[in-house]
Ligand binder design. Sequence first.
Ligand code: AMP
Length: 293
Amino acid sequence: MPRRSTVLPSQGKGQTRQWKLTDFEIGKRLGKGKFGKVYCVREKSSGYVCALKVMSKQEIVSYHIEKQIIREIEIQANILHENCLALYGWFQDDQNVYLVVEYAAHGELYKTLTRLKRLADPLASYYIYQVARALKHLHSKHLIHRDLKPENILIHLDHRVKLADFGWSAYVGGDPAPNTGNRRTTMCGTLDYLPPEMVEARQHDQRVDVWALGVLLYELLVGHPPFEEKHAGDTYKRIARVDFSVPEWVDADARDLLAGLLRYDAERRTTLDDVVMHRWVLKNKLRWEKSWR
Ligand code: AMP
């Protein structure tokens, strides 16, 4: 499964707390993103282990992502939820911008999914439940994530979900970007996860995340996204027609949830409140505890 890129930027302003590089012991490199390297670090005075995202200023400028980075910092600094990756602070020197974020021991869900191909229902339901809770929190703050996908979901110990990558997030209402009332029109996110309203360049709201949760559920259970095609144009067409089929071995309750999330009409989509209380989630919940607590 190829790593999917996100179509770029946004805006904002913000700073949380002052640190400098020498305040940290630098450990192993956790990964390399499109715009920087991530290290496991220990804050010397507290001994606290966290992740340090190092982004070169030169690259930030050359990719014209200044606004996206600022927005990411601003939004992430305002989100406090156990299923959202915490931003502890940020600082800069002449060369780099550094984000001090929560450490997620198992890295991207994308990596786990690539290794396992697909997930069994108990684990898939536990991830979906936690992502739904993270999204509920964002939506309660009038935020839309807009780029949900396994690449942007980090996993910590005990399969705890940490939703990350807020570079595409946006406030519903009260935002300087193209916006009509509580609805936005900017096309963004990752192709396979785009909802019909974005593919058709119609206005959208928080329910784009609900659609993406449906795409995620499908990908976790089946091993590939529901509208996957070689050519982007074909994926667009299938999304607009909601043309997907669920393999017959998928649990009937999981199908019911998929059908509720992947609805063309955003108003008719299952709500996040209903996701966390859905039959498929509740019946699998009994198996969460035994497997990994
Ligand atoms: P990013 O630049 O945010 O896309 O991160 C690049 C890679 O670093 C990811 O693919 C992860 O494997 C790893 N990574 C990023 N943030 C963290 C984190 N907070 N904890 C653990 N690993 C991370």
